[in-house]
Design a protein around this ligand. Structure first.
Ligand code: 7TS
Length: 417
């Protein structure tokens, strides 16, 4: 019988108390207080299902993948490749072989810079990035520019933390070969108009890499709709383990690129005279990968899908709005990053108080925030500040925790006076 019950498809209600029970670390105390974890932009905490997937792998089917014919090797290979299929769905890639496993966003960008970049950039060519990039989307391109005598150009950032889009098209010349932009800023929260940037760049035949480190956990990602040429993710920011990431690339681009690392798995045939390379995605996956963490990454993505990205986003948006209102009402607090289009990052500075001192005082109340330049030194220079205090929210954070932060900031300001 065909079921016509539409309720089957209805998403579950979002219940933050229930969600919190799924993250064991949230039960712990820090300095005698309940942990308030607001450092999610650095790395998210892991739900029990992710920890279980890791343990299950090592308990039951640890084996090297792709090469073995025994049962354990087959099970490990199937689990590893299942993650590739889940990632493909998660970002709506057209082909599974467009999903390359890496160690994280940093490695993904370095891979593209060292292969596509070195292959296509010639003396005098130009690469465009934005003024709000993480160092991992600056330095790999500087390395290419140094080697090839190419030029790095920067899309400026305005006082709210938005890109000055009028300047973008003006930066483009016939020598521009690559645009590499962050989707959502880790320091400001700004969500950049990547579709518009990609459309403009493609009109000029320029390829675009999008750094999805901060967006993939908060926003629906559809690489086909976005039409980016490359997209990079880190598992650990999407509630998965550290040490795993994904480089998505359009198949025709990946096929034309030289390999990044040489070794096992990435070859078809090796003789001392000549080596032929493996097909995608294995051409870019030399050596034994991080099998356990890749397997557990699937559990994290399934968990996010089951919770519902839209539910998560609505919850985080409400927390962000509330935190921005409450913090900006405190005398001496200045928000850095006030774009209308933001993820759940709230960065601020306090008159007369160094961000690091604020961070240490907040830790005494069990509140984990990040302080400093957040690996965005040029952006901090743009705002003429040494760094910020950054609270970044995840699905398990609560309004009560934001109240704790606001109280903590108030108390810290009094102590530092
Ligand atoms: N790009 C952005 C926008 C990031 O936020 C980060 C990490 C990276 C790249 C690098 O990612 P990784 O997984 O390869 O390290 N951001 C942060 C942060 O904001 N605090 O700690 C790490």
């Amino acid at each position: 019988m065909v079921s016509t019950d539409i309720n089957i498809k209805k998403s579950k209600a979002f219940d933050v108390a229930e969600i919190r029970k799924k993250f064991p670390v949230l039960e712990r105390k820090v300095k005698g207080r309940d942990l308030v974890y607001f450092d999610n932009a650095a790395t998210a905490q892991k739900p029990q299902v992710v920890i279980d997937a890791l343990v299950r792998y090592y308990h039951q089917y640890n084996a090297n993948i792709h090469r073995g014919i025994h049962s354990l090797a087959e099970e490990a290979t199937a689990a590893f490749e299942a993650t590739r299929d889940t990632v493909k769905e998660f970002i709506n890639a057209r082909h599974r072989e467009e999903i390359i496993f890496t160690r994280g966003v940093t490695e993904g960008i370095n891979l593209v810079a060292a292969t596509y970049g070195r292959q296509h950039i010639k003396e005098g060519d130009e690469i465009i990035i934005t003024g709000m990039e993480h160092h991992s989307n600056i330095v790999p391109w500087q390395l290419v520019c140094e080697e090839k005598k190419a030029v790095l150009k920067i899309i400026p950032v305005d006082d709210n933390g938005d890109l000055v889009m009028d300047d973008f098209e003006k930066l483009i010349t016939p020598k521009t070969k690559i645009v590499s932009i962050v989707h959502a800023s880790n320091s400001l929260g700004t969500i950049n108009p990547v579709k518009e940037i990609i459309e403009i760049a493609h009109r000029h035949n320029i390829v675009v890499l999008v750094d999805g480190a901060q967006s993939s956990v908060h926003l629906e990602i559809d690489v086909q709709d976005m039409d980016c040429d490359f997209f990079v993710i880190s598992s650990h920011k999407v509630y998965g383990p550290t040490g795993v990431g994904v480089l998505y690339g359009k198949k025709e681009l990946l096929e034309a690129m030289p390999p990044y690392m040489g070794g096992g798995e990435m070859i078809k045939e090796v003789t001392f005279e000549k080596t032929t390379y493996n097909d995608l995605p294995y051409k870019f996956e030399a050596g034994t990968p991080n099998i356990a963490d890749t397997v557990a990454f699937k559990a994290a993505l399934d968990f996010v899908n089951e919770t519902g990205k839209e539910n998560i986003r609505r919850h985080e948006e409400a927390l962000t709005k509330y935190a921005m209102e409450q913090l900006s009402a405190i005398e001496g607090v200045r928000l850095i990053g006030t774009s209308k289009h933001k993820t759940s990052v709230v960065s601020f500075i306090v008159d007369g108080a160094h961000p690091q001192d604020m961070g240490i005082l907040l830790d005494n109340y069990g509140i984990a925030v990040r302080t400093g330049h957040h690996c965005c030194q040029p952006l901090m220079n743009r705002f003429e500040i040494p760094g910020t205090v950054r609270a970044s929210f995840a699905m398990y954070n609560t309004k009560e925790e934001v109240d704790e932060l606001v109280k903590g900031v108030g108390k810290a300001i009094k102590m530092l006076k």
